[in-house]
Design a protein around this ligand. Sequence first.
Ligand SMILES: Nc1ncnc2c1ncn2[C@@H]1O[C@H](COP(=O)(O)OP(=O)(O)OP(=O)(O)O)[C@@H](O)[C@H]1O
Length: 281
Amino acid sequence: MSDVISLENLTVSYRRHPALHHVNGAFARGSLTAVVGPNGAGKSTLLKTMLGLVRCNGGRVVTHVDAHRIAYLPQQAEIDRSFPIKVLDCVLLGYWQAKGNWGGIDAKMAERARRALAAVGLDGFAGRPVSSLSVGQFQRVLFARILLQDAEVILLDEPFNAIDARTTGDLLRIISAWHAERRTVIAVLHDHDQVRRAFPQTLLLARNVVAWGDTADVMCEDNLLRARAMAEAVDEHADICEVSESEVLALSRLHDDHAGHAHAHPHQGHHHGAGEKGGLQ
Ligand SMILES: Nc1ncnc2c1ncn2[C@@H]1O[C@H](COP(=O)(O)OP(=O)(O)OP(=O)(O)O)[C@@H](O)[C@H]1O
């Protein structure tokens, strides 16, 4: 199976504090991967770096897909929805990324947007202002928008945060359908049971890759304990490539066990790396 996004020795820092540290590995085309790890493990940073929204300090991201074929769902907390926009127009923004302009929305596109709304259970919501929606309804709108984007790669940052069980179930079915259509889906998640049930692949992060591979292998108690220990060992004042003694200990234990989980590959494709800034600002 070919890779769609590769991470090569990726290091990302905020004000010289590393959030991702020498991360290596690749997402296979058509894979369905959960990204898990403790708070502050670098999960959101990883998605933003893959999009080119955050700059790499070392290494690079290589994407074998056009930037406009990557859809991104940020955490709801990062979205301002006080903007006076109707549900249908919000869904139609899905075309904007694909088509690159605001013009040319025809009746066929509007009809597709209405069908996408129906598919996420929001028939009849087209004319509602987005500010009037519940958190769960708004998340359905954002999924409808992705449906319209026809993306090859879909990045979801905590899509079920503060979402009830019924809505989560509906949205998980949409994710499964994307997977069945051979799209690549990468989702940051915190619910380990949900990851075990619905995500075949898992990347366990704690600034470094703790484990990456089949979910059943990655989500074992031992790895989860290591991730927690590594997160607790992080020295918030460490400089870009400095590793604290406790991290060295945790890393040396990891090294032998997980060399085989992440797989870096030679490749061709677009990349953004240290010293560059991606185009999706
Ligand atoms: N814009 C920023 N400026 C400075 N530091 C940041 C910024 N964004 C993230 N960080 C820091 O980088 C580290 C990783 O943050 P990130 O949001 O990627 O973690 P996460 O794994 O997604 O966490 P959570 O599970 O809590 O959402 C944290 O220590 C965080 O405080």
